[in-house]
Design a protein around this ligand. Structure first.
Ligand code: DLL
Length: 433
């Protein structure tokens, strides 16, 4: 049995799909040129006129957008419609600096939720399922996206949000949850708790839709075995809408990109050159239907490759391999996007110098993050206990990142100096495969 939410779109012949993309792209380019000053000047600077974009084959002519552009235009600079037509914002983690606020019209939300509905149906979901959503709700897109998708499928939706494992398990058992949506690390956590408490026979889960952070095939197998389910990958980013930009089908061999809404490209992150199908590079997305926050050629910094090889599920939409790394230094820790520069900013604000190291690890299924930072000689001479300084840095990092970071303040000149590029981050998790 094939599982589709919108079969006429998901299995559309490639030629027809390309024609649809081209038509939408031409309209979208004109739309942003006419409505967003940022795009008008960027395109003028690059010497590209809307008329130059006649099909998706002309996409390469448009300039890229980066996270820095989003920061410069924060908060309203990229709006494609009047604020009165926007009905929602969502945002990335990080309270300062790197925060991205994305806007949605009601139609943008409908499209996003449809993409999530496709993901749920691709994982075998129907209106008879009980969809247990323990991604965070609120500004993070995980909870609201899968919640909306589940409504569109007509499944019974449990808006659990994250945390409180006892309550999660109680509801799972009492209400007979069949599809679990959360980060893979939390799924692994739940799996271990279920095993330890001998609850497996009382749990009816059949599938899980896991994403928002990198995870390996090995982790997939572990989760599938402990929970007795099929584990599907789902990818997305706030800037492009949220989860559901791409999702796995029953073949579990790469994620189908919702190409009727998002046109992907793979580029060489150093030169910007567009790479052919199958080559690993940075994933770039152009949103061809979104109106409130219409990003064109947005550089995700995620590294992967694309394949249009026929998929046994019958979907024609191109597949992306799960992210294989980043072209910047962002890490996803405890489900939160973390840049070393955010940590450095907190340290410098508190009078430290840039002599620090960040150690990220995974103990069991839980991420740990520790920052070791050297006192300056002046700090070492002052009569302030290291524990007091540590407490202050912990509070500063919590406020910046929203997660608890362990901090160790060490004596001057104890962190090894590098002769070349400083090694600021030691990530022992090996999450990419
Ligand atoms: O993580 C959206 C999401 C929610 C996706 C729930 C899937 C499920 P952001 O917080 O903006 O949005 O983080 C986006 O997370 O650029 C990737 O680096 C990483 N990421 C997201 N999904 C995956 C995945 C949400 N399946 C950033 N595998 C992206 C690996 C992922 N990395």
């Amino acid at each position: 049995m094939k599982n589709y939410f919108q079969p006429e779109i998901e299995t559309m012949p490639v030629e027809q799909l390309k024609a649809l993309q081209s038509e939408r792209l031409v309209e979208q380019v004109k739309f942003v040129y006419d409505n967003v000053e940022f795009y008008r000047s960027k395109m003028d600077e690059a010497g590209v006129k809307p008329e130059d974009i006649k099909s998706v084959d002309d996409l390469y002519k448009l300039p890229f957008i980066t996270k820095d552009d989003l920061r410069d235009q924060y908060p309203y600079g990229l709006l494609g419609v009047p604020l009165s037509e926007c009905v929602r914002i969502q945002s990335t983690s990080g309270t300062t600096g790197r925060r991205v606020v994305a806007f949605y019209t009601q139609k943008d939300i409908d499209i996003w939720e449809e993409c999530c509905a496709r993901a749920i149906v691709a994982a075998g979901g129907t209106k008879d399922d009980v969809v247990h959503v323990c991604y965070g709700y609120g500004l993070f897109t995980g909870g609201p996206g899968l919640n909306g998708g589940s409504h569109k499928v007509g499944s019974l939706t449990l808006p659990m949000s994250s945390g409180n494992t006892d309550r999660q398990l109680q509801f799972m058992e009492d209400l007979g949850s069949t599809i679990l949506c959360c980060t893979p690390s939390y799924a692994a956590n739940l799996g271990e708790t279920i095993k330890a408490r001998g609850l497996k026979d009382k749990i009816k889960l059949k599938a899980g839709i896991f994403g928002a952070e990198p995870w390996t095939e090995e982790m997939r197998h572990n989760i599938e075995n402990t929970l007795g389910i099929k584990a599907y990958d789902i990818y997305g980013l706030t800037e492009i809408s949220g989860p559901g930009v791409s999702y796995e089908c029953e073949a579990q061999a790469g994620m189908h990109i919702a190409e009727d809404h998002f046109v992907p490209e793979i580029i060489n992150p150093k030169t910007g050159e567009v790479l052919p199908e199958g080559e690993v590079g940075e994933l770039v997305f152009t949103c061809i239907t979104k109106k409130a926050f219409p990003l064109l050629r947005y550089r995700t910094r995620d590294l992967c490759y694309l394949t249009r090889e026929a998929c046994p599920c019958g979907r024609t939409h191109i597949r992306m391999h799960k992210p294989m790394g980043r072209s910047d230094d962002m890490m996803v820790v405890k489900g939160v996007n973390v840049w070393p520069s955010q940590i450095e900013a907190v340290l410098l604000q508190q009078g430290f110098e840039a002599n620090y190291q960040i150690v990220v690890d995974r103990i069991g299924n839980n991420d740990t993050i520790e920052v070791q930072v050297e006192m300056t000689p002046e700090m070492a001479a002052a009569d302030v206990p290291a524990a007091d300084r540590e407490k202050k840095v912990v509070a500063g990092l919590k406020s910046m990142l929203g997660i608890k970071v362990d901090v160790k303040v060490v004596e001057p000149n104890t962190i090894a100096r590098s002769e070349g590029k400083a090694v600021r981050v030691v990530d022992k998790r090996n999450l990419y495969c």
